[in-house]
Ligand binder design. Structure first.
Ligand code: A2P
Length: 282
């Protein structure tokens, strides 16, 4: 990957720009609109949002302000947990598109799996949602479909359908590697995307990462993003600060050595959100 617009290729052939601009916890209104426009100005062409973030209209406003033709952008959104099931998924998709001001999505994800903890028939619930996603994909309204926060057993249930998920967006950053899920995705041609690539800011003070960053003359945030890319995972850094938005995209002029990659891999668990897909109550 040499720049922000270089693509990973999804199963099915759709290209996805290798760094996405994240919008979780970006306040609705002017902050979201201005920061999305700033990201597009900085060269991001991949914007990641979700219905539950409550900012899709403002993200749409920022996309319009960015002034880049729609077909040069890659827009992802996610189906929230209250909207699972065939009919509700179709309706939620329409609302998301209307809020974003687009008539199609590049990528639509099931935000969290229905789990055993909440549903006796969790597999059926996920399959009904997935059937709607597949139909929308088939109809050309979504270019690629996938999931988020799915562990291997959740994915396994969907692999029996005609179209397998193309993406799994999970928490992934130094200190949180989810090796089992990542390995499953690799074996099945599913691209892993990293939410909270900076651990929501929690990993930025880590002294070991700081020492590596100093060695390369880069920030810890840049080290995290670069480490994720070199793992062939797609990072989705979020910032509402224009200088950081640019900083997080400036990761193509250096390469982490194999030793430093391994050293970061070996740091152990830290900075995680603690959210477990089979235990969350939402
Ligand atoms: P802000 O949005 O106020 O600029 P993550 O992408 O892991 O969810 O992390 C997002 C958090 O990290 C936000 O609090 C964001 O702050 C902060 N952040 C994003 N980029 C940087 C950066 N380059 N340096 C320091 N903090 C950053």
């Amino acid at each position: 990957m040499d720049n922000l617009t270089d693509d990973f290729e999804l199963t099915g052939g759709v290209g996805i720009p290798c760094i996405g601009y994240g919008t979780w916890q970006t306040p609705d209104g002017e902050v979201a609109a201005a920061s999305v426009a700033a990201a597009i100005e900085a060269g991001y062409r991949h914007i990641d949002t979700a219905a539950v973030y409550g900012n899709e209209q403002s993200v749409g406003e920022g996309i319009a302000r960015g002034g880049v033709p729609r077909d040069q952008l890659f827009i992802t959104s996610k189906l929230w947990n209250t909207e699972r099931g065939y009919e509700k998924t179709l309706a939620a998709f329409e609302k998301t598109c209307a809020d974003l001001g687009t008539d199609y999505l590049d990528l639509y994800l099931i935000h969290w799996p229905a789990s055993e903890h909440q549903f006796e028939d969790w597999e059926e619930v996920n399959l009904a949602t997935w059937r709607a996603m597949c139909e929308l994909h088939q109809a050309g309204k979504i270019r690629a479909i996938g999931v988020s926060n799915f562990l291997s057993h959740h994915l396994e249930a969907l692999m029996k359908t005609d179209v397998a998920p193309m993406v799994d967006q999970i928490e992934f950053h130094p200190g949180c590697m989810q090796a089992k899920t990542v390995e499953y995705c690799r074996e099945h041609g599913i691209l892993v995307e990293a939410w909270s690539p900076l651990g929501c800011g929690r990993v930025l003070q880590n002294a070991d990462l700081g020492a590596i960053a100093a060695k390369y003359g880069k920030s810890v945030a840049q080290i995290c993003i670069r480490w994720i890319l070199q793992h062939e995972v797609l990072p989705l850094p979020k910032s509402v600060t224009p200088s950081r938005i640019r900083e997080n995209a400036d990761v193509f002029d250096f390469e982490l050595s194999a030793e430093d990659m391994a050293a970061i891999d070996a740091l152990g668990e830290f900075g995680g959100s603690g959210l477990h897909p089979d235990k969350v109550d939402f």
